[in-house]
Design a protein around this ligand. Structure first.
Ligand code: HEC
Ligand code: HEC
Length: 206
């Protein structure tokens, strides 16, 4: 089941990647000697992550406003595949460490925007908030806006967060021990529904 789901994700995103390869190739052809300016590099991300780093649709995460360290960490773990991905592994491998740092600083300087997400079920939000306070808030502080090395959950894309949660639960993405314990406790007490409520809550945070 796992693999067919991942296959599905890949199919949806494969179409996007073709267009991007063309954009990247032409940008490089124009400027093959010098390091392309960071805006040009970032330009090839906008196809999926939008012109302001706000993910297109509900499966592509928003990357503007992410802490640069977390951004660079994600790119490196996509490169070495310790963080599974549908498309980012291939994309991230096209950039040097230096370029990743430039991209990380560039996107950090943009605000994290929170557009409406039509598939949020507002009836799940209140309960999700209570569960998040018990199981997630100790690390995902300030309603998921902050926290040391944890990314942003507040207003992050619902479907992306669901994929990330599945990757953690199925052992495809590494979790630190305390996080794994909270996930287990939540699963035992509330099952997948508990996760689902929490993710609807975080996605709804403005
Ligand atoms: C073809 C669409 C596509 C393109 C182009 C793309 N991304 Fe992504 N990005 C994704 C998807 C989808 C994910 C979720 C992981 C996955 O499944 O690959 C993601 C995840 C990320 C994340 C993790 C965000 C988080 O919340 O942790 C970062 C950082 C990122 N991308 C940076 C970039 C950068 C920088 C570029 C341009 C150099 C780029 N992406 C180009 C689709 C894309
Ligand atoms: C002990 C600390 C801790 C707790 C508790 C915790 N997390 Fe996290 N979470 C993290 C860390 C650290 C990361 C970043 C992992 C990485 O960079 O690979 C993360 C990342 C995530 C991500 C992926 C974000 C992204 O941009 O890819 C999701 C989704 C998430 N957590 C959901 C939850 C939920 C839901 C809960 C509560 C059930 C929770 N976490 C509880 C530490 C925690």
């Amino acid at each position: 089941m796992r693999f067919s789901e991942r296959g599905q994700r890949r199919l949806t995103l494969a179409a996007l990647t073709v267009g991007v390869a063309a954009v990247t190739a032409s940008a490089l052809a124009e400027d093959s000697m010098a390091d392309p300016a960071v805006e040009i590099m970032a330009g090839s991300c906008t196809f999926c992550h939008g012109p302001n780093g706000v993910g297109v649709g509900e499966a592509v995460p928003t990357i503007s406003g992410l802490h640069a360290d977390q951004f660079a960490y994600m790119m490196r773990t996509y490169q070495d595949e310790t963080n599974p991905s549908t498309v980012m592994g291939r994309i991230a491998r096209g950039y040097t460490e230096d370029q990743i740092e430039q991209l990380a600083l560039y996107f950090e300087s943009l605000p994290f925007e929170r557009p409406p997400q039509p598939s949020i079920d507002m009836t799940l939000v209140a309960e999700g908030k209570v569960l998040a306070a018990e199981y997630c808030e100790s690390c995902h502080e300030n309603e998921g806006r902050d926290g040391e090395g944890v990314g942003i959950l507040a207003g992050q894309k619902l479907v992306y967060m669901r994929y990330a949660t599945e990757d953690f639960l199925e052992g495809h993405r590494e979790m630190e021990r305390r996080q794994a314990r909270k996930f287990r406790e939540l699963m035992d007490a509330h099952g997948m529904e508990g996760f689902e409520k929490i993710l609807h809550y975080y996605a709804s945070v403005k």
